[in-house]
Ligand binder design. Sequence first.
Ligand SMILES: O=C(CO)[C@@H](O)[C@H](O)[C@H](O)[C@H](O)COP(=O)(O)O
Length: 191
Amino acid sequence: MSIEQHLSGLAESLAGLRAQAPRITRWGGLLARRLSEGGRLLAAGNGGSAAEAQHLTAELVGRFRDDRAPFSAIALCSETSSVTAIGNDYGYDQVFARQVTAHARPGDVVVLLSTSGKSPNLLEAARAGRAAGARVWAFTGPAPNPLAAEAEEALALPGEPANVQEAQLVAVHALCKAFEAALPAASRRVS
Ligand SMILES: O=C(CO)[C@@H](O)[C@H](O)[C@H](O)[C@H](O)COP(=O)(O)O
């Protein structure tokens, strides 16, 4: 595939994202409410999506754009001792689900990123999140797919995996932008 074809594919995935901008704005508002009230975001993904999960939590604990309070967010894929111990003792399908069961409380938000929407460990994590009473949102490739079906809501993007993954990084930034815009003034300290 030529670079031009790759970039055309990315444009298609981004067009799919643009069509779902209202969902991202709504998610940002809900996330701002939940985290301001003491909730926590738990994020997970495999491979490149693991990097995006970490990217999202870093923006929330640090900051995206505005100077403001830190918020609680954990990338479950970065918990190397938990991932390796749970994977070793319970199997790779449980590496995120067990952490979700340990950390998630009602009022929390679980964000699961996948290009295929088929990774068994993310499907298990979605079930664990719902069982814990948390909100479960999935970022996936083309719908229908099992993860989109298992989550309460999904941002499903068209395109091949690499393009979906690239567009998901834009979606992560868009969510952070919507989140910071929706934060109550009390927790915002723009300099
Ligand atoms: O970054 C890439 C492909 O762009 C790979 O590392 C990719 O993330 C891995 O193959 C993942 O295991 C794929 O998982 P998923 O997106 O299908 O849930």
